[in-house]
Design a protein around this ligand. Structure first.
Ligand code: DQA
Length: 155
């Protein structure tokens, strides 16, 4: 008799996706975004990912279409931690991509977008993600990874 399929086996891959201008972290408006570079954020995610048993795919692009492609490539993954940066506030295409892939997604922001300009208060992504974390600097990403780890297995 065939052994029963292992239903508890989930992908352990988590995609950490970053949008426009986040490649400039460290020098970009440090009063708002802090001194950490994107490489520092990546190192933090890799350390936390290792602790949680995740394989981290960490990527950044300045292009909206490339970010749509990255989200589509995450189909079947355990989760996505998404800092879509300015596209958060403008992009129906990103919202549709997140809704289409059906991967648990945590929207993260370094800054507290609700304490900033009114145009940052609206997110096209928030209605289709699992949850939102903002305002904790690079720790927002760490908390996003922990949030994914806390979710029950998806069928
Ligand atoms: C950001 C907040 C966005 O409003 C902004 O456009 C960014 C970065 C953040 O991480 O705080 O580029 O997503």
């Amino acid at each position: 008799m065939e052994p029963a399929a292992d239903q508890s086996r989930m992908s352990d891959t988590v995609h950490v996706l970053n949008g426009p201008n986040l490649n400039l972290l460290g020098t970009r408006e440090p009063g708002i975004y802090g001194a950490a570079t994107l490489a520092d954020v990546e190192a933090l995610c890799r350390a936390e990912g290792a602790a949680l048993g995740f394989e981290i795919h960490f990527r950044q692009t300045n292009s909206e279409g490339a970010l749509v492609d990255f989200i589509q490539e995450a189909r079947g993954a355990r989760g996505i931690v998404l800092n879509a940066a300015a596209y958060t506030h403008t992009s129906v295409a990103l919202r549709d991509a997140v809704a289409a892939v059906g991967v648990p997604t945590i929207e993260v922001h370094l800054s507290n977008v609700f304490a900033r300009e009114a145009f940052r208060h609206h997110s096209f992504l928030s209605p289709v993600v699992r949850g939102v974390i903002c305002g904790f600097g690079p720790q927002s990403y760490v908390l996003g990874l922990r949030a994914l780890a806390s979710l029950p297995p998806t069928p």
